[in-house]
Design a protein around this ligand. Structure first.
Ligand SMILES: Nc1ncnc2c1ncn2[C@@H]1O[C@H](COP(=O)(O)OP(=O)(O)OP(=O)(O)O)[C@@H](O)[C@H]1O
Length: 116
């Protein structure tokens, strides 16, 4: 049980440090809160809420991994190197792909409610 508490404490530290110290993670958290706010205003169904929750979770997880990879690369070396650039670009691509999925989901769920 103590082991589990320790794990949770360190993971929670990771969440708070991510929000406080990384502007990209903070930005995605704020975006997620806005998505929840929109879902509440538009009276989304339980399934729509779950889909929005999935999108927000995926985006925040992808951004967290992206920031970790960027920091790992910078920790190893701050020198410019095409291999370092490729690693960072691929990590950023993962975020962009997930954001694309979330954007399409938002259009499909929310636009019909806004129109009619
Ligand atoms: N060491 C490096 N060598 C070569 N190219 C790099 C290097 N570091 C960054 N780059 C290039 O610059 C881009 C931006 O990298 P950077 O680390 O500034 O991330 P960022 O997306 O601006 O995130 P943040 O705003 O959180 O710093 C990378 O995607 C990569 O193309």
């Amino acid at each position: 049980m103590k082991w589990l508490q320790g794990r949770f404490k360190y993971a929670w530290q990771g969440v708070t440090n991510g929000i406080m110290k990384d502007k990209s993670i903070r930005f995605q958290f704020i975006g997620g809160l806005l998505a929840f706010f929109a879902a509440a205003i538009l009276r989304c169904s339980v399934w729509e809420w779950l889909w929005i929750l999935l999108c927000v979770t995926l985006v925040i997880v992808a951004e967290t991994f992206n920031s970790c990879i960027e920091r790992c690369v910078d920790y190893i070396s701050l020198e410019r190197d095409p291999r370092a650039g490729l690693i960072k670009d691929m990590a950023a691509a993962a975020v962009m792909i997930v954001c694309g999925f979330a954007f399409v989901s938002a259009i499909v769920i929310m636009v019909p409610k806004l129109i009619g």
